[in-house]
Design a protein. Structure first.
Lengths: 115, 114
């Protein structure tokens, strides 16, 4: 069965430091890949998505993600974290040959930003 | 742009009471979804509707029913609420059934069952 693993439940980063959130997927073929962010008390907002082509994708709010087929990973990065980035981040996959199903979400990584 | 609107935002129920959570989207999307979010569990799919007139079970459908009232609206009903259904419920929609399409989320309904 398809699955998404976010190995880090909680990460704390100093403001201005770089950030990398990990995401690994288990699937027989390259799925469609997404990162969402959820601020406290809010719904999920799409940060970026990967379908094919260039393995480094740019998103909103200065985030980027790199797809690595050999590692089945889609890690989210930001060069310099701001206090407003504190939130919960979800990686999601969409199996490309199963139209009509829903995205599969990881369990999330909570990001805290220290001053 | 309203996007996906969920009502109510908060609700407290007693065990055994019934409740319908409402969801409406104004983006002319065909597919709609209901998830629940619990600490440490991420988002788990309850039911989804790939298109108007169809509904399908997701990962955790027990204790819930859904109605795709029209293209805009997709409601979730708890017939006899249980404390295990205390959760945050999210509705989402997307244009069609292709998994290359991101889902758009509402702000959630925070439901407590005593």
């Amino acid at each position: 069965a398809q699955s998404v693993t976010q190995p880090d439940i909680h990460i704390t980063v100093s403001e201005g430091a770089s950030l990398e959130l990990r995401c690994n997927y288990s699937y027989g073929a390259t799925p469609y890949l997404f990162w969402y962010v959820q601020s406290p008390g809010q719904g999920l907002q799409l940060l970026l998505k990967y379908f094919s082509g260039d393995t480094l994708v740019q998103g909103i709010k200065g985030f980027e993600a790199e797809f690595k087929r050999s590692q089945s990973s889609f890690n989210l990065r930001k060069p310099s974290v701001h206090w407003s980035d504190a939130a919960e981040y979800f990686c999601a996959v969409g199996p490309y040959n199963q139209a009509g199903t829903a995205l599969i979400f990881g369990k999330g990584t909570t990001l805290s930003v220290s001053s | 742009n309203a996007g996906v609107t969920q009502t109510p935002k908060f609700q407290v129920l007693k065990t055994g009471q019934s409740m319908t959570l409402q969801c409406a989207q104004d983006m002319n999307h065909n597919s709609m979804y209901w998830y629940r979010q619990d600490p440490g569990m991420g988002l788990r799919l309850i039911y989804y509707s790939a298109s108007e007139g169809t509904t399908d079970k997701g990962e955790v459908p027990n204790g819930y029913n859904v109605s795709r009232l029209n293209k805009r609206e997709f409601s979730l009903r708890l017939e006899s609420a249980a404390p295990s259904q205390t959760s945050v419920y999210f509705c989402a929609s997307r244009p069609g059934t292709g998994n290359n399409q991101p889902q758009h989320f509402g702000d959630g309904t925070r439901l407590s069952i005593l």
